[in-house]
Design a protein around this ligand. Structure first.
Ligand code: MRU
Length: 348
């Protein structure tokens, strides 16, 4: 079993305790959030991040906000709840898990008649969303581990473990499960500029798990692939369109193209909650643009001339043709993705 006992998020009697990921790995600071506004801020400022985790914390955020609504009738209560869900939905646009979780919360609220029952059901539904994501990551990890052979060196990007999923992990879950099966594996973790989720979080999680990890800068990936030092690439996803195009952390597309050039399998591991069948292709996926300071500064230190023009898209889209397989909790989907994704995403 996994050695890591990190609890990145915990519901505590009308408060939410979260591990501040922006301060890892140097400081292990827990924050107590007691309003939905604080939850929205934590998501925006990426104190909590990763697609499945954003869905889980948003659900708890709705439950938290609902407990404080003082409306005396159902209609007034639901109007205030709508403001809360809108505030949480406006935090980050790319990961579809956020919107899916909020939708689930709205549906259960609508289904109950009296206010105390709605409040109680919202807490239960947030806990259910959390449990569903946890279960999904365990299943993904088991399916994905079958693709990993003894002696593999796996290249991964960004952070997809317990911190990003509130569960076992997606891409990192696959890696951990392969290790638990006794396979001798090694990981190349890209640092993941600009916010260094790979260097700060993935390297930290893997070292705690006792999985050999070598940290590289993003620009070194092609070098190691061309030397034959990468057996496969596994990444997570923030949103998967109906045709299998995948939005994930900026730099993922570059890795997929390099992997294709070098004949290296490129896998995506993601829960069904990251699949968005309403979008025909990746072209329609909204890509978050974040603040220029994330590029011009490193941990608060300026690294570029003041006033330089900056672009900072947080995600890119990898066309489905570059993807060897998509690993979900309902099995491994291969081309044609349109058919396979529809089957796993609608077959409950
Ligand atoms: O901007 P972030 O850190 O929230 O981005 C996270 C990623 O891109 C992850 O790769 C993705 O959410 C998959 S997490 C299981």
């Amino acid at each position: 079993m996994s050695k890591v006992t990190i609890k990145p998020i915990e519901w505590q009697e009308n408060r939410l305790k979260i591990l501040d990921q922006s301060r890892l790995p140097w400081e292990k600071v827990y924050l107590r959030l007691s309003s939905y506004q604080e939850v929205a801020r934590a998501i925006k400022e990426m104190k909590v991040r990763g697609a499945p985790m954003i869905g889980v914390i948003a659900a708890y955020g709705v439950a938290l906000g609902a407990q404080r609504i003082e409306a005396s009738n159902r209609e007034g209560f639901l109007t205030e709840l709508q403001h809360i869900t809108e505030a949480l939905a406006s935090t980050r646009p790319t990961a579809v898990n956020l919107f899916r979780a909020i939708e689930r919360m709205k549906v259960v609220a609508q289904a109950k008649e009296d206010i105390p029952r709605i409040k109680a059901t919202l807490v239960r539904e947030a806990e259910r969303i959390h449990a569903d994501e946890e279960r999904a990551t365990r299943q993904i990890s088991q399916f994905g581990a079958e693709l990993i052979q003894d002696g593999f060196t796996i290249l991964t990007h960004c952070n997809t473990g317990v911190l990003a999923t509130a569960g076992y992990g997606t891409a990192l879950g696959v890696i951990k499960a392969a290790k638990e099966q006794g396979k001798r594996i090694r990981v190349l973790a890209t640092e993941t500029r600009p916010l260094l989720q790979g260097a700060r979080l993935t390297a930290w999680e893997l070292m705690q798990e006792g999985i050999p990890v070598t940290l590289i800068t993003d620009s070194m990936a092609g070098h190691f692939m061309s030397k034959g030092e990468v057996s496969c690439v596994i990444v997570g996803a923030d949103r998967i369109a109906a045709n299998g195009d995948v939005a994930n952390k900026i730099g993922t597309y570059t890795l997929a193209v390099l992997a294709r050039e070098e004949g290296i399998p490129f896998y995506v591991a993601a829960p069904i909650s990251s699949i968005d069948l309403s979008l025909p292709s990746g072209e329609q996926i909204p890509i978050e643009e974040r603040s220029p300071e994330e590029v011009t500064h490193l941990q608060g230190m300026p690294i570029a001339p003041e006033g330089v023009e900056v672009a900072n898209p947080a995600f890119d889209v990898t066309p489905h043709g570059y993807i060897s397989a998509i690993i979900t909790e309902r099995g491994v989907v291969r081309k044609p993705y349109k058919k396979g994704l529809k089957t796993v995403a609608t077959n409950s």
